[in-house]
Design a protein around this ligand. Sequence first.
Ligand SMILES: Nc1ncnc2c1ncn2[C@@H]1O[C@H](COP(=O)(O)OP(=O)(O)OP(=O)(O)O)[C@@H](O)[C@H]1O
Length: 348
Amino acid sequence: MIQAVGLTKRYGEKVAVDHADFSVAAGTVTGFLGPNGAGKSTTMRMILGLDRPTDGTVTVDGKPYRNLPVPLREVGALLDAKAVHGGRTAYNHLACLAKSNGIPLRRVDEVIGLVGLEQVAKKRSKNFSLGMGQRLGIAAALLGDPGTLLFDEPVNGLDPEGILWVRNLMKSLAAQGRTVFVSSHLMSEMALTADRVIVIGRGQIKADTTMREFIAQNATTHVRVRSPHIGKLRQLMSGKGWHTEALPDDEGAVEVFDVTSEAVGDLAGENGLWLHELAVVQPSLEEAFMSMTADSVEYHAGVPGMAPGQVLGQPGLAPGQVEPQAQTKPQTRTEPQAPPPGSGEAQR
Ligand SMILES: Nc1ncnc2c1ncn2[C@@H]1O[C@H](COP(=O)(O)OP(=O)(O)OP(=O)(O)O)[C@@H](O)[C@H]1O
């Protein structure tokens, strides 16, 4: 378990992390979300003893990282996949880590197999692709078979197969009773991976809850209705005071807010109007995240000819909403295949 109490980090005038209180429970994957510059990496660095808190504390299983006798056996982390000695082979990089932490060398072979790097284990890591580097970083994090794992953007540079592999790995590590704390900007991926979310904005913890509750509390469900009589139906809905929005690429459908699908269906039926589609649209983690962090975004970008926050093919966002974050472009090259998670991993 990771526990932060009043955790604060200042760099001069800049407050990177501001009295953060949160806990990350064992047996779950907890997503750590926040806009660029929100304080995620700084928080992770303080958990790992790489940055000293200006104020407050953070502990792993009740101890500050610095007090852990053999840290790699208790906490594994992937912060920066490029932070390896490029002149060393993947095997030697892991072997050095293993030796300096009293970990048997057979574990090096195990984790190399687990992340699917057998074919390149004797190659220098400076020639590795981003995805291969991520796999090497994950291997290093797993080396000590630790009970707590921290991953900063672990799917960065991975192809779809690699992303799926990481998702299953995280879930299986949590199912084994480990604490898994993972930051990512890929909202769709986090929605599939994490059970809980901690959201940080401008250094402050904005939410610490389950994924389901976070989405339910920060985004609204709405109804999409398609009809050959959409103009007439829209008039009737507006007459009832319901808020409707046209879909820019679909003249035959509208979205209706704050009403049930039953109410829309009944209204159409009572007026003899055919429906071709009536669907409840569940909000996404991305919508919930952008709604919650709208006022916490430090770096805004624009696209010529588009309103701030507008997505191609979609209407502009409401005032106060922000543009989606840039998403990591998956690689087109195929990374080495990894076996299913847990196959080489000691079960706890
Ligand atoms: N060594 C440093 N010196 C000064 N300011 C820093 C330092 N490290 C981080 N910061 C500032 O602290 C804030 C938080 O940075 P941090 O890297 O933790 O954010 P982040 O949420 O990880 O962002 P990103 O998603 O872009 O990686 C930012 O405004 C950043 O500029």
